[in-house]
Design a protein around this ligand. Sequence first.
Ligand code: SF4
Length: 154
Amino acid sequence: MKPLEWCFKKSIWVYHVNAGSCNGCDIEILDALTPYYDVERFGIRLVHTPRHADALLVTGPVTRQVRERLVRLYESTPDPKLVIAVGACATGGGIWHNTYATLGGLENVLPVNIYIPGCPPRPEAILYGVAQALGLVPGVVAKQEFAESLSAEV
Ligand code: SF4
């Protein structure tokens, strides 16, 4: 079992942080959290304080202004914790990677566990990234293959 699977077997509570994003990625995260995508069926739930979170979902290239607050949020999140970079800006700075006002992506400030690229990534991509990290995807695929093999035998 992967360490992440072991730590977050049942559910993962996330805290959403905008670190200088244009809001595009944030809208996709909110979309992923709506009943249409129903992430709570995977145990993924939005919380209102980092102290209750297992993971930080961070968007944006990390502006100089937000750096200190971001580090404080990270330190307020209990261990073990995941840091998930959502969008091209968070994964590597995006089009802001070499501007004076930003720090060129999340990994220059915090240790990142999962990168979800895209400008912005679709809600399906965000769900897939988190599900991959939790080890949910191989399980779902295995069950599907099992179901298909059963129906082929009938
Ligand atoms: S990746 Fe694209 S949508 Fe997301 S914050 Fe950057 S510019 Fe905006």
